[in-house]
Design a protein around this ligand. Structure first.
Ligand SMILES: Nc1ncnc2c1ncn2[C@@H]1O[C@H](COP(=O)(O)OP(=O)(O)OP(=O)(O)O)[C@@H](O)[C@H]1O
Ligand SMILES: [Mg+2]
Length: 416
């Protein structure tokens, strides 16, 4: 067994896998669970730092402090070289990533009872769409962070290839597989020839027919659901006395997981005061003000996420927005959700279609479509991806564990 692990640092959830014969690959990271939600809460009341579910509980419990979610979305963004203010101190975003990934490593090591100095890190096919230079920079930044926390040797693997390796460990004969990993930040695909006897080959390049992806995922679905259903309650889209519409940047920041803290800055508050003077719907701006005062932006985004997840099963969901003032009840139908995400679903679907086209593979040649990632629960999206390869068998992976398990296999093969 190598001292090498696989690290799936996800936009929403992270896992660490370590390949050992006869044992599940994923290491327990929080209360015996194999996932650690990618969340940090800097609790200002007792000056502690919390991670994962505990971080969310601390924030939702009403403790003063700063919550960080979707930190992976900073990789490749213009914010990456910047900093954020935590308890009055500036903290570089890179240091913030190191804080979380360092904790992942510590927990994995505690769970495995050993240290890891080598790792295969998962990465989306594109951190940044259509900008190879920025994409390279994002990977280099992640490598730098991994080194900062003590990994001496690092390699990268595309997340949908890792998922393919996990699926390959479960099959008995050769299959041509379309892997669809629909996560929190990105939707990633691979077209791979898998077989038990191919698994042992070190060089899999000839089995990988194509990889592709797009920077759209579950956090974007939350955002557009919020803009469609919740932000209007706070004044989004309402009028100014001069006949114009209210500026939208505050609402976009509040609806975007990794930008929510920008809604709490002095600059935003000053801007809000200016807008208020000219606003027609002042009652809604009062609600916005109250929400910002309570630092309830992550709570509201979380409500949108819960609504979205409920709509994976139900046709209608009802949200009790008890932290809004005045308190609101919001009923959202599946059709509202499908309408809000329709454009993004179209982009994801065409990413799949062009992947097949560019690889010169007909839909009929594909044996299996393997779904993984939390957002593969979204009905409309699954149906539309499945419709691109109508003859393929549909297989559900471990939604939150396939990437980490596949990265563990990859680490074992690369470093053993
Ligand atoms: N049942 C469900 N239906 C729809 N969406 C869901 C469901 N369960 C979880 N999600 C969404 O899945 C996303 C998280 O999925 P996952 O953990 O695979 O992402 P990730 O690996 O952290 O992100 P990425 O791979 O893009 O960096 C979140 O946006 C979450 O809201
Ligand atoms: Mg993922």
């Amino acid at each position: 067994m190598a001292d090498a692990c696989g690290v799936d640092f996800g936009t929403s959830n992270s896992t660490v896998g370590w390949s050992r014969p006869g044992q599940p690959a994923l290491l327990a990271l929080e209360d015996g669970k194999p996932t650690l939600p990618s969340v940090i809460f800097f609790n200002a009341e007792d000056d502690t730092v919390q991670y994962g579910r505990a971080a969310l509980a601390g924030y939702l419990g009403g403790a003063e402090g700063r919550l960080m979610r979707s930190m992976k979305s900073l990789l490749g963004s213009s914010l990456m070289d910047g900093q954020t203010e935590i308890q009055g101190n500036a903290m570089a975003f890179k240091a913030l990533l190191a804080q979380f990934i360092g904790e992942l490593k510590r927990r994995a090591e505690a769970s495995a009872g050993r240290t890891f100095s080598r790792a295969v890190l998962g990465r989306p096919v594109f951190f940044v769409d259509g900008n190879p230079k920025a994409d390279r920079l994002a990977q280099d930044t992640l490598a730098e962070v991994a080194q900062m926390v003590g990994f001496r040797e690092i390699d990268f693997q595309f997340e949908p290839i890792a998922a393919a390796f996990d699926y390959e460990s479960q099959i008995g004969r050769e299959e041509l597989v379309l892997v669809a990993d629909i996560g929190g930040g990105t939707s990633d695909f691979s077209l791979v020839r898998l077989a038990p006897q191919r698994a042992a080959k070190l060089d899999r390049r000839s089995d990988i027919l194509a990889t592709g992806g797009v920077h759209l995922g579950g956090t974007d679905f939350d955002k557009y659901l919020s803009l469609a259903c919740a932000m209007p309650l706070l004044g989004y889209g309402s009028m100014l006395n001069n006949g114009g519409t209210i500026p939208s940047s505050i609402y976009f920041n509040l609806a975007t997981w990794h930008n929510i803290n920008l809604a709490y800055t002095q600059k935003t508050r000053a801007q809000l005061q200016d807008i208020y003077r000219d606003a027609v719907a002042r009652d809604r701006l009062d609600s916005l003000h109250a929400l910002i005062d309570q630092r309830a932006g992550h709570w509201l985004a979380g409500q949108m996420e819960l609504g979205k997840i409920a709509l994976s099963e139900a046709d209608l969901t009802r949200l009790d927005l008890d932290r809004m003032s005045p308190r609101q009840t919001l009923t959202i139908g599946r059709a509202d959700f499908d309408g809000a995400i329709g454009g993004m679903v179209g982009s994801i679907e065409s990413t799949v279609a062009s992947l097949l086209r560019d690889a010169g593979i007909t839909a009929a040649a594909i044996d299996t479509v393997f779904f993984t990632g939390g957002s593969s629960g979204v009905r409309l999206l699954r149906d539309r991806i499945a419709a691109v390869v109508p003859a393929a068998r549909q297989v559900e992976g471990d939604r939150f564990g396939s990437i980490g398990a596949g990265l563990a296999l990859d680490a074992q093969r690369k470093f053993a």
